[in-house]
Design a protein around this ligand. Structure first.
Ligand code: GAP
Length: 466
């Protein structure tokens, strides 16, 4: 069945709430704009994607190691990295209703074909005035001039803010890797080229136009800094772009829904010499999913200068000493979660037991990232079937995340599992009591296999991770 773009977004949002992937943040107090909580299925999906990423980019390679750095860092880090001075969004206030907007979003929404990347605040103000753009909230056209607002969230250490300088919640996790460059180098004895990876929360005090969990105040990020000699940058940039595409395939995002877009010179972040975004075709247009940046040696040089530490790398083979350059692949984890859901959602027409047409909603998630790997379904709520199902559950749940469902017809239970992307459903029927075999139904092919108790674990392992 065809979904219109808008329908698809609404359906995925509704599924997320209905089945416990995502809830509005602080909902019983009326929520807090642009904050979301992950429910029981959402947290499994997120953790599975993060673990798959870690396996793909860290554990399966000899040249990348991971760290887990603190969210709060010495504020000098953010001075040195340029974020205090340059990590800004151009924003504008409506004088009539007092609402604040990102100037680029306001203009691009009002003037469909205008691209505003890289324009100065003055140019943006001019565009708003000349085109008589109205406030989307109250319809007036009384805006302030466009001004730059810093995106770093500030907080204070200690009981009062009065005597303390502000510290920042990290706006990117990259800085934790730069400030630990020397620690990692001396403890692991890695040789260039090598990478440091991390995953965790980042915070940005930005205005967001909605779109569910696409742009939020706090979000999960996974990224690595790949340290190189300057002359390697072009080759490594292409190499990592290709690896990022392999990862997209690995996590189950369709190639036709992604494209690569290079940043214009004006659009580049303050630290970057070249950046490309991998964009995803969302129901609200092509949007950035991942980024790949050549950060030169901007960060390490600035940290060396500001901290007084020697952050040079010494090449024992050639005798050269230099501050390494960096290629940075960055992956929004929260965005990956949304894109994986949008990408895998389908509705299919099927016949029920009486021959009536009904809609089967399926999340065709890759088994490795699905919240539950299998559902254990006793055919009926009879003591002996339930006891056998418990035995299967208690054995398999040592190895796999499982759901257990005993209520409703078997058809209804299959549908409930299809809708949350459970790849395998294991039914315990009367034959199971006689010969210890079970039916395993495949979510995508609907094919059923009869499998012996002893073969359940290797069967699932092969199908999910094989
Ligand atoms: N260290 C580089 C860096 O942070 P970025 O392009 O600013 O680069 C990286 O952000 C990724 O983080 C983006 O590609 C996007 O997936 C995700 N991201 C950025 N801002 C976000 C937000 N407000 N909400 C959710 N995800 C966000």
């Amino acid at each position: 069945m065809q979904n219109t773009e808008q329908d698809l977004m609404e359906k995925v949002v509704s599924l997320c709430k209905r089945r416990g992937f995502v809830f509005a943040g602080s909902e019983i107090y009326g929520g807090l704009a642009n904050t979301w909580d992950l429910g029981p299925l959402g947290v499994e999906l997120k953790n599975n994607i993060q673990q798959a990423w870690w396996k793909f980019f860290v554990r399966s390679r000899k040249d990348i190691v991971g760290i887990d750095a603190a969210i709060l860092m010495n504020p000098k880090v953010w001075q040195a990295s340029g974020h205090v001075a340059n990590f800004n969004d151009a924003q504008v206030d409506c004088k009539a209703c007092k609402k604040r907007f990102r100037a680029d979003h306001l203009i691009e929404d009002a003037l469909k074909d205008v691209k505003v990347e890289g324009l100065s605040p003055d140019d943006l103000s001019k565009l708003i005035k000349e085109n008589n753009i109205k406030c989307p909230s109250c319809g007036e056209n009384h805006f302030t001039d466009v001004r730059q607002f810093n995106l770093l969230f500030q907080t204070y250490i200690g009981p009062t803010s009065a005597d303390n300088a502000p510290v920042y919640l990290r706006g990117e996790i990259a800085q934790g890797m730069f400030v630990n460059f020397k620690n990692v180098l001396s403890t692991t004895r890695k040789k260039i080229p090598f990478g440091i990876a991390a995953a965790g929360k980042a915070f940005r005090n930005e205005i967001t136009p909605g779109n569910f969990i696409f742009r939020t105040l706090e979000f999960d990020l996974m990224e690595f800094e790949y340290f190189i000699k300057e002359d390697m940058w072009k080759e490594k940039f292409e190499y990592w772009l290709a690896e990022m595409h392999k990862w997209l395939e690995n996590v189950g995002i369709k190639k036709e829904n992604t494209r690569v877009r290079e940043h214009t010179r004006d659009e580049l972040s303050h630290y970057s010499k070249k950046t490309v975004d991998i964009e995803y075709k969302t129901p609200f247009g092509w949007k950035e999913l991942y980024g790949l940046a050549y950060r030169t040696n901007f960060d390490l040089s600035n940290h060396a200068k500001n901290s007084g530490e020697d952050l040079n790398y010494f090449d024992e083979l050639t005798g050269e000493k230099y501050i390494p350059h960096v290629i940075e692949p960055t992956f929004g984890l929260s965005r990956t979660l949304l894109m994986v859901l949008l990408d895998s959602y389908t509705e299919e027409e099927v016949k029920d037991a009486k021959g009536n047409t009904e809609i089967r909603i399926v999340l065709h998630l890759k088994p490795a990232v699905a919240p539950y790997k299998a559902a254990i379904l006793p055919l009926m709520k009879k003591d002996d079937l339930v006891a056998k199902a418990d035995e299967v559950f208690n054995f398999l749940n040592k190895y796999f995340a499982l759901d257990y469902d005993v209520t409703g017809s078997i058809g209804k239970r299959y549908r409930r599992q299809d809708e949350i992307g459970t790849p395998y459903a294991i039914t315990i029927d009367f034959d199971s009591l006689k010969d210890n075999t079970f039916t395993i139904r495949d979510r995508d092919t609907l094919k059923q296999d009869r499998v012996k108790f002893d073969e359940l674990k290797p069967y699932l392992e092969e199908k999910i991770y094989g």
